[in-house]
Write a protein that binds this ligand. Structure first.
Ligand code: MLC
Ligand code: AMP
Length: 502
């Protein structure tokens, strides 16, 4: 059986698929490149049989060639974040039990030793894309396709496993809802180790036969220039990115502003998601671009669940209605399904999009479901069928710049700092990041700590977006009568103090 995304690519043949820093590539070229990668990964084997293949490749042909190469060889794709320190990478290698690590030559010095230490086969992207093509196995779409790491209410990130069938369901739901066609051309600026960048942008574009133009990293000036130069039809980003684009537009000359605004008007759709879109950003973007941002709601485990409509009312402050194929309900604290509008409850979802399991964590997988419905932990109300997100059931989950991070995971790492006796990490509302990671700490006797010193230390151990950007050194942490740290009181300390922000 040929995997659905590969079948689609075969049908798209000589159409333009990707544009990256190195050039432009047709679907046929992407297929040849991924066939070579698959052949290299297979070596003497007939089928990788769901072996985990971790890979670190920059956005562009190499990333897609490896992702598809892994899939075509029967493996599970485990994309690594380009900005993660070695400790985070090693955690993923160990947790997935990866047997192959594919890396762009830029990352060889960091990754080869980690692979060799673990007996993991190390392959360079250049080598893989040069291999001679050979016969590839049949891969059943019910098999596992991908593991993406997500932080949650446990201290360590969990691997979210999706099957090819899950991924196909995520893609087709969005193709239908947002009217993707082969005439689309999207600018890709998001990281490629998370669902938003991988599924909503990259895979939807390639499924549709559209053009996906990939930037090495987000940069506001470059994005505006591409808007002005290219025949783009679509753009998708997190609210922090729209905030940055607004700032760049505000700082531009009147002539440039007019040119940039005109370029937006030529597009057919602009989407925001991964974190709450402030109504002020929506309004400002509307005045700059003429677009009412389409806000939608999703999660690594489920793909996208709710979306404002392509045609029809896009309601500011709301994340919209259930997407095609998704069942969505609200449930109160007693587990009763809420039928009436206006009452808040937790969002639960069911449908072919929903992930298979947390990798090697059967207990966590079981706990995440209630009667076959996935419990998102997000609290919402419904009005006229439209959902509005009110918050999360756990204070320990923080969304910063569209990334989900776990306060518990950061605390566990900070506790290993030699100068620290205790700490509490909270997310504090912030106009730029949505929420900001803030740490309140108690130092050991005769020790002190500055924010810069803490950040430098933490950056070697945690992803950059998990590193606290505000610090308070306290004598005591606020606690309740049971002695438990009261996170709302810690938050209040940061809100009350206008100490220097980064
Ligand atoms: C970067 N930094 C962050 C950060 N991103 N800090 C907190 N939160 C973040 N998200 C740090 C950098 O390390 C740097 O530290 C400083 O902030 C400024 O860096 P920058 O260069 O200005 O930031 P940049 O690299 O441009 O990143 C900003 C961003 C990025 C908004 C482009 O955060 C981003 O791509 N976010 C998107 C995340 C995403 O795709 N989420 C989807 C998850 S899937 P220093 O010390 O060096 O100055 C999902 C499901 C769904 O949520 O519904 O979609
Ligand atoms: P992740 O685990 O990184 O996939 O993040 C998923 C979480 O992002 C969800 O559980 C929500 O809390 C949040 N989220 C995604 N989209 C939105 C949105 N439009 N508004 C508010 N929160 C969102």
């Amino acid at each position: 059986m040929t995997l659905p995304i590969i079948e689609k690519a075969i049908a798209h043949g000589d159409r333009l698929a990707l544009i990256d820093e190195g050039g432009a590539y047709t679907y046929a070229q992407v297929l040849v490149a991924s066939h070579r990668v698959a052949s290299c990964l297979l070596g003497a084997e007939a089928d990788l049989q769901e072996a985990r293949v971790a890979f670190m490749a920059p956005p562009g042909l190499e990333y897609v060639a490896v992702q598809w190469g892994v899939w075509r060889a029967g493996g599970i794709a485990v994309p690594l974040c380009l900005a993660h320190p070695l400790l985070e990478i090693e955690y993923v290698l160990d947790d997935t039990g990866a047997s192959i690590l594919v890396a762009h030559p830029d990352f060889e010095a960091m990754l080869r030793p980690a692979a060799e230490e673990r007996g993991i086969r190390f392959v360079l992207t250049t080598e893989a894309m040069d291999a001679a093509a050979r016969d590839l196995p049949e891969v059943d779409p019910a098999r596992r396709a991908m593991i993406l790491y997500t932080s949650g209410t446990t201290s360590k990130p969990k691997g979210v496993v999706t099957t090819h069938r899950n991924v196909t369901a995520m893609i087709t739901s969005l193709i239908e809802a947002w009217g993707w066609t082969e005439d689309d051309h999207i600018l890709h600026v998001l990281p490629l180790h998370h669902a938003h960048g991988i599924v909503n942008v990259l895979l939807c574009a390639l499924w549709a036969g559209a053009v996906c133009e990939m930037l090495p990293k987000f940069d506001a000036e470059t994005v505006w220039q591409r808007f002005a130069e290219r025949p783009l039809t679509l753009f998708m980003a997190v609210p922090t990115i729209y905030g940055r684009l607004i700032r760049a537009w505000d700082e531009a000359s009147e002539g440039t502003q007019a040119r940039w605004s005109e370029a937006c008007a030529a597009m057919r759709l602009m989407v925001s998601g991964s974190a709450a879109l402030p109504v002020s950003v929506l309004a400002k973007w509307q005045s700059i671009s003429g677009h009412t941002l389409l806000e939608r709601y999703g999660m690594t485990e489920i793909g996208m669940a709710l979306s404002n409509p392509l045609h029809g009312e896009r309601r500011p402050g709301f994340v919209g209605l259930p997407l095609p194929g998704m069942n969505v309900r609200l449930v109160d604290e007693t587990g009763r399904v809420i039928d009436e509008d206006g009452r808040q409850g937790e969002i639960e979802v069911r449908g072919p999009n929903i992930f298979l399991e947390y990798w090697n964590r059967p207990d966590a997988t079981q706990q995440a479901f209630r009667d076959g419905w996935f419990c998102t932990g997000d609290i919402s109300v419904r009005e006229d069928g439209y959902y509005r997100i009110l918050g999360r059931s756990s204070v320990d989950i923080i969304k910063t710049g569209g990334y989900k991070v776990s306060a518990l995971e950061i605390e566990e790492m900070l506790r290993t700092h030699p100068a620290l006796r205790e700490c509490a990490v909270v997310g504090v509302e912030d106009p730029e990041w949505g929420e900001r990671v803030c740490a309140a700490v108690i130092c050991r006797a005769d020790e002190t700590l500055t924010l810069d010193a803490l950040r430098a230390w933490a950056k070697e151990r945690l992803a950059p977006y998990k590193v606290p950007s505000r610090l308070q050194v306290l004598d005591e942490l606020p606690r309740n009568v049971m002695g438990k740290v009261t996170k709302p009181a810690v938050k209040a300390l940061f809100i009350a103090t206008a100490d220097e922000r980064r």
